[in-house]
Design a protein around this ligand. Sequence first.
Ligand code: SF4
Length: 204
Amino acid sequence: DFGETITADMIDDLALKHFPLCMRNLHDRLRKDRHLKHFGRLQYTLFLKALGVSVEEAVVFWRKAYGGTMTDDKFNKEYKYNIRHSYGLEGKRANYPAKSCQTILTSNQPGPTESHGCPFRHFSPDNLQLTLSATFGIPAAEQTEIMAAVKGQHYHIACTRVFELTHAKYGVKKGEGLGTANGATETVSHPNRYAARSRELEKE
Ligand code: SF4
């Protein structure tokens, strides 16, 4: 996690600066629709948990996000339970880990009205290109290479390239990925690692 306390009202700013496209998409959909379907809520809740958002703050975050779209009673009965369940506080009390890219790419394929999954894999090419422009301001010229990686089903390479471009302001260069260790370049393999590295770069 970020090694710091993250409150519900910090999440908008963190999403803007540090979240990979899968989580940014869920965040933006939630803000736009004031709703996410089950697997989207699950993917995002577990990500936020691993980021360091406490269960209390998660409940505040989701309650505010739904706002007037539901009553407190409905929220407490149907949604709060699921949040607490994701934190291992209800039901089986399992400590569910945040989903890795591999899990997101291969399990629970999203239907047309769902927002979970990996946009590099699950968006149509047209929608992905529009989203890359709108979300990260990535110009068309830079998208050719990203779309080629997507076409070759190298989704994590496409995501790594987006990381490089959106962190160029911190001096990250093409081919450097999330950093290098023992001569190897680290590519994106987990949304939480992406966010943590992004936060580190901002602080360095
Ligand atoms: Fe998220 Fe991983 Fe896809 Fe990047 S490659 S958008 S981190 S699932």
